[in-house]
Design a protein around this ligand. Structure first.
Ligand code: AMP
Length: 281
């Protein structure tokens, strides 16, 4: 698998494809690829002639106390997985290639970034929007693939693309889970054996809320209380947030009338995990 480190070389390669009239799918990732990422790459391969996987641990989307330095990295392993899934090359720039020392332009998406992870991780979505804009400008993909695992990120990117008229189709991809229900995440490698077991409480609490909704419960306060109750049965867990919001604009809702996103972030020991599901009704 070819691993391209510079913007110039990536552009050269893509320029050749463009001259041949080929379509390009982009799968932005932070690497340490798993089957969740693989499903995005495979979907991109099924819908485009060429697929670029970016592997970039984007420093500007991490807060000062977050896990930037210890975020897992293994480009050799990523190359094998990306190749198997059908990628054409990996774009793996160093931070200095993406951010010159005088870098000073950022993309901000307002409103939709106020709740959920946005309120807990100040500056996170500015970092995400900025790097994704840069990747769109470098790769110029026809389509870009994002996981529903990061539901707020997906909503924010869709909004940014609409607002700034990026000429790219955003393709949402379903959450890939381990057999026992834990949503796959590169951060799962941080979990000890005991924490790995405890981490199941995220999907379990969502399953409970699904039951309530299916039984006709409409009051979000009651559903939230029940989710919190379930999570609190796990002594290793600490809730960062649990929210029920409109699935389009991510505004909090008190009764379930339209499709809603139920999203949560929970610390299992020191590891912060997220999960969600969308209830269409
Ligand atoms: P990350 O490397 O964690 O930044 O994720 C890169 C992309 O893969 C994002 O669009 C994520 O939403 C997506 N992704 C991560 N985990 C999963 C998963 N378990 N299922 C589906 N997509 C995922």
């Amino acid at each position: 698998m070819k691993v391209i480190k510079t913007i110039e070389e990536a552009r050269r390669e893509i320029g050749i494809w463009r001259k041949q009239g080929l379509t390009v799918g982009l799968v932005p990732t932070m690497g340490y690829l798993h089957n969740g990422h693989k499903s995005l790459i495979e979907k991109a391969k099924a819908e485009n002639d060429k697929v670029v996987v970016s592997v970039f641990v984007n420093p500007i989307q991490f807060g000062p106390t977050e896990d930037l330095d210890k975020y897992p990295r293994d480009i050799e392993r990523d190359s094998v997985i990306a190749e198997e899934a059908g990628a054409s090359f990996i774009f793996n720039p160093e931070p200095a290639e993406m951010y010159k020392s005088t870098f000073s332009t950022y993309v901000d998406c307002e409103g939709i970034t106020e709740g959920l992870c946005g309120s807990k991780r100040p500056g996170h979505f500015q970092g995400v929007c900025t790097v994704v804009s840069k990747l769109f400008n470098i790769i110029k993909p026809n389509r870009a693939y994002f996981g529903e695992k990061d539901a707020q990120q997906l909503a924010v990117i869709k909004r940014m693309v609409r607002d700034l008229n990026f000429d790219v189709e955003i393709v949402p991809c379903p959450i890939v889970r381990e057999e026992d229900g834990l949503a796959m995440s590169s951060r799962n490698v941080y979990l000890s054996q005991e924490e790995r077991r405890a981490a199941l409480i995220l999907s379990k609490s969502l399953t409970r809320s699904k039951e309530l909704l299916k039984n006709g419960e409409k009051e979000t306060k009651k559903i939230l209380e029940e989710i919190i109750k379930v999570i609190e049965t796990e002594s290793l867990s600490k809730i960062d947030y649990v929210e029920i919001v409109d699935s389009e604009d991510l505004a909090p809702v008190s009764t379930v009338e339209k499709p809603v996103l139920i999203a949560l972030a929970v610390f299992i020991g020191k590891v912060r995990l997220i999960d969600n599901f969308t209830f269409i009704g």
